[in-house]
Design a protein around this ligand. Structure first.
Ligand code: TYD
Length: 212
């Protein structure tokens, strides 16, 4: 257990994470708790540069799966060491929009990198820091397909422009992780018109940890 509380949100693109994170932050702040919301990739200034290298479609012809893995892990190492660990030491609640389960699902299960190698890299880059609880918002391919965003680069970013079979593998990967680590990873079913019900479920889990 960390000094503060480390909560992560995971799942495929377009699964409503941002909304759930915003609602959870509001709820915890009403309890006068110190809450820091962060994300991967790109939380720090240096990470924003890494985020651009990773997501900007202009680099799509040069990027390799190995380079991509190391860039995500580099971003994570900087993020964990400079932001997450100090905030937890201060007793804050840190909510991260994605952490190493994303690498396992995207670069490992759905990607081209050996899973054992991905897990090892995750361990190095996270300094062994394990989230206290992870919410995996489980969405079906049909739900997320409609939600591709083009705001950041004017067109879909690199991960969002991958074919459907790869997107399905990401979902399968997250699902498998949630069954392998049910104590840590809580599956919350994404239902587009049930935002409040999803949030109530999330709050119940968080309240339980806060009490213990
Ligand atoms: P982002 O715009 O932050 O999307 P989202 O709101 O869906 O999180 O994009 C982050 C993208 O990076 C997303 O497509 C998932 C991908 N990603 C990986 O492939 N591996 C990783 O380790 C992480 C952290 C993210």
């Amino acid at each position: 257990m960390n000094d503060g509380l480390f909560i992560t949100f995971e799942g495929p693109d377009g699964n409503g994470k941002s909304t759930q994170i915003r609602l959870l932050k509001e709820y915890l702040e009403k309890k006068e708790l110190s809450v820091i919301v962060t994300r991967e990739p790109g939380a720090l200034d240096i990470g924003k540069k890494i985020r651009d290298l990773l997501l900007n479609p202009v680099y799509k012809d040069q990027m390799t799966p190995e380079a991509e893995l190391f860039l995500y892990e580099a971003d994570r190492a900087l993020h964990t060491k400079n932001l997450i660990i100090p905030a937890l030491k201060n007793g804050s609640i840190v909510i991260s929009d994605r952490y190493y389960d994303s690498t396992t699902a995207y670069q490992g299960v759905a990607g081209k990198i050996d899973l054992g190698l991905v897990l090892l890299c995750n361990k190095i880059a996270s300094y062994g820091l394990i989230p206290d609880i992870t919410f995996y918002l489980h969405a079906e391919l049909d739900d997320i397909r409609r939600k591709t965003t083009t705001e950041e680069f004017g067109v879909a970013d690199r991960p969002e422009s991958k074919p459907d079979d790869e997107k399905q593998k990401r979902i399968d990967g997250f699902y498998a992780l949630s069954t392998l680590e049910p104590e840590r990873i809580k599956l919350i079913k994404y239902i587009p018109d049930k935002i409040d019900a999803m949030q109530s479920e999330i709050r119940k889990y968080v309240d339980k940890i806060l009490k213990s």
